[in-house]
Design a protein around this ligand. Sequence first.
Ligand code: AMP
Ligand code: ZN
Length: 495
Amino acid sequence: MKHNLHIYNTLSSKKILFTPLHVERVGLYVCGPTVYSDVHLGNVRTFLSFDLVFRYLQFLGYTVRYVRNITDAGHLENDADQGEDKIGKKARMEALEPMEIVQRYTVDFRNVMHQFNALSPSIEPTATGHIVEQIEATKLLLEKGWAYESNGSVYFDVELYQKTNHYGKVSGRVIEELLAGSRELEGQEDKRSSLDFALWKKASPYHIMRWPSPWGEGFPGWHLECSVMSTKYLGTEFDIHGGGMDLKFPHHECEVAQNNGCNGTDGARIWMHANMLTLNGKRMSKSTGNTLLPAELFTGKTPHLTKGFSPSVVRFFMLQAHYRSVLDFSNDALLAAEKGFDRLMEGLRVLQRRTPTSFAGPSQWNVEQWSASCQAAMDDDFNSPMVIARLFDAVKAIYADAEGTVPLTDEDAARLLHTMQEWLYVVLGIPSASSHGSENRSAAFEVAMEAVLMVRQLARVKKEWATSDAIRDILAKANIAIKDGKEGTTYSVGA
Ligand code: AMP
Ligand code: ZN
């Protein structure tokens, strides 16, 4: 497969040409949410960044296995080895079963991602569904000497690992500084070194989610689930692992150490990190309460906003920033994004309603070159803001054609419409006007219908009436009525 996609790899701190391990298949793993509370817009940004990656890889023709886990056990309050399980705590506070909490927020998460028109991953494995595999991986790390048992818990021996490996290759952290920073922390008494992290933790009597193991009743460490599930579904070596910047340390650093300990590889060849969404300059975060929820955004019922915004506008707003840049959320920024979004959609409508001109050509504006420039932008580490800039160039071309200053042939106009829709709907994942917030399939349907109408329009221009009539009749049988009017051809379903 020929392409020129370059991806920024955190491990080498530079962009590299993407060459998948298998010719046509790509393995992509993304750390999913911990399902103990509503997802906020910061979480949404990270998942939309990887939705863009997933979409573009598919657009290039790859068959992608996209694994995004659901963390439903093992993630403790302090993101390390201390405190209560986040889900267990919520269950205790609400007097519910932990799995009721998990179910509630998993459903909520899926609904939210659906509202933002994100594609579903190929597999959504859960930590609790892979306890056996996590116990096996812990046993393997013990056998290989990378881990030790202490008082019913099992820890990864970071100092030993560091002697032959580089602990810090993901996060750039320096081990001496980490040591200095972690000595004072509580709950280190079972560990050989304060840097060691839990693979398996002994459950205290009040810990609800617990499983039997060779070391007694306990639960897996948070980092282990991602190593185990990525290996199980994508292999000991696979193409891309993603997550938010804040997961570089300790989560991804520990994943890489575990992968090397178990299999002698980093797991993924490319580690991608999406940057943070901030609110008033501060990171949006569940723990500090500096968050905005999708529902608040849609309704505008929050002191941060003067009105509500549609998921499409918010998606567009997020894609106007590169995934590795910090993006600050504000009312003004959203109003500006909405204006831009409306301008783009209006341009598209002008093109959709264009009346054929029979201009003999050649077109004064090159559609193919334009589309290639969109691809070049995406090939440069998924540069969505650049693609959006190119889409605005296309809008200018649409008006120049409409005014007759830079005319397009009918064929090129039809091609431009089709290509613009492909970039907007298929790659950027903006839902088409008629499918706002509804299933992604509608966007695909819209693109397909535009293609069909384009073929019919070309047939009409060439006076190939048999073809154009056949298309109309086939569509009529499927209850899709098409109407040729002054403003071009429109269609309606089921009327
Ligand atoms: P969590 O549910 O806390 O494990 O987070 C799920 C994902 O959201 C992780 O990949 C985090 O890196 C990401 N995330 C959390 N806060 C933000 C933020 N403010 N901006 C972007 N991504 C975030
Ligand atoms: Zn993870």
